[in-house]
Design a protein around this ligand. Sequence first.
Ligand SMILES: [Fe+2]
Length: 233
Amino acid sequence: MDRSIDFEKLLPMGIEKFEKHFRNKQWFVAKGKPERFNHFSWEQLDEYLNSSDLNGYDRLPQCQIINEKGNKYCHKKAEKKMKKDEMYRYWKRGDTFVLTLCEFLNKTMWNQCMKFEEYYGRGCANLYCSSKQDAHCFKTHADATENFLFHVRGTVRWYIMNEYEWDCPPEDATVNKVIDLEEGDLLYLPIKLYHRVDTLGPRISISYHFTDAKRWKGGKRKPWYDWIGDING
Ligand SMILES: [Fe+2]
């Protein structure tokens, strides 16, 4: 089932106003019905994380883990790969798991990227998953892309800063607004604006992020193919 949403329908101010006043410049939050971003579930996360460390076949090429210092373990790049039991311990103690380039995991996330790419250059989706309140997350930072954050499960407290990356180092950034994002809420975060989060309980958030169409020199994403068609049973 495809639950992706047209770009225009995500924008409460309409596309013209977004292009003029918000794109690259101004963040906004749009509240929504809790089920509208059912793009990934706890069950899917459980199945995905159980696919690690299987008789030498590594099914987690893009998993990253953020520890209590805000530092990142990258499963793909790490010389010493974590075993499944170790990852499980870190999950339980409150490390946040980031599944980067996760849009291939289902048709909805794939098609959602395609819908953004009608307006932006090639992008991707990252899943942010935490098991508890006050989970370990990135310290204040800025992203090198435009971000559309779909809040899927739980509640996350966002600290949106006044400053952009070119204004000051991240530790000097000051809070502009504190917002609790709940299930179904969308946050648009312009490129290079400083931010950080606190988790208020278990959560799943998806960050769909994109570069400007002018900067993207590569080809178009291939469509999601319907392999099963009308096959039943
Ligand atoms: Fe970020």
